[in-house]
Design a protein around this ligand. Structure first.
Ligand SMILES: Nc1ncnc2c1ncn2[C@@H]1O[C@H](COP(=O)(O)OP(=O)(O)O)[C@@H](O)[C@H]1O
Ligand SMILES: O=C(O)C1=C[C@@H](OP(=O)(O)O)[C@@H](O)[C@H](O)C1
Ligand SMILES: [Mg+2]
Length: 171
């Protein structure tokens, strides 16, 4: 990890709490916070529209560019990524090089409960439960590369943030 600046990068499946926990962590650390999905929506438009117009591959290209720019910025920050950005090897390498990468996990049933009334994730629309199970199976090892894994199934977002803070102090 580049020692000139510090970055905490949260990765994990949709609904594991990356966006939520990143807010708490950034507040606790007094660091900036970025969420790649929010940056994309501010600069390029709604994620569902981007999937419609450019397909998933087009969205991934935009996402990778945003991720690289956030990781290269010379400031300490907490970065919440979208759940699929880990699918590109280059992104995984870049995250490991520039930050402390924390993978949030949760079991499928809790994830379904957390995301079922949210229509903002195009990959989950339709039969949300079936889509969660199918994509989780496809990505079952996708988050294994992280420096740290944290199962949030029975944690509140604050407890998850506290455990990440503790891991940083013990590092
Ligand atoms: N540890 C948790 N326990 C219960 N609900 C959670 C937890 N973390 C996040 N949530 C809720 O789950 C939903 C998805 O969280 P979010 O932070 O958007 O996940 P992600 O960014 O990983 O997709 C939100 O409604 C959030 O409030
Ligand atoms: O896992 C994925 O492929 C995606 C996750 C989403 O972000 P969250 O993980 O924050 O839900 C968002 O980037 C997009 O809908 C695609
Ligand atoms: Mg998110």
């Amino acid at each position: 990890m580049d020692q000139r600046t510090s970055k905490i990068v949260l990765v994990g499946f949709m609904g594991t709490g990356k966006s939520t926990v990143s807010r708490l962590l950034a507040e606790q650390l007094g660091w900036s916070r970025y969420d790649s999905d929010e940056v994309i929506e501010e600069t390029e438009g709604k994620i569902s529209k981007l999937f419609e117009t450019y397909g998933e591959a087009g969205f991934r290209d935009i996402e990778s560019k945003v991720l690289v720019s956030l990781l290269e910025a010379k400031e300490s920050s907490v970065i919440a990524t979208g759940g699929g950005c880990v699918l590109m090897e280059h992104n995984r390498e870049f995250m490991l090089k520039h930050g402390f990468v924390v993978a949030l996990t949760a079991d499928a049933e809790h994830i379904i409960e957390r995301v079922k009334s949210d229509t903002s994730r195009p990959l989950l629309q339709g039969d949300i439960a079936a889509n969660v199970h199918r994509i989780m199976e496809q990505r079952k090892h996708a988050y294994d590369f992280a420096h740290l894994r944290l199962n949030t199934t029975s944690l509140t977002p604050q407890q998850a943030a506290d455990m990440i803070m503790k891991a940083l102090q013990d590092k």
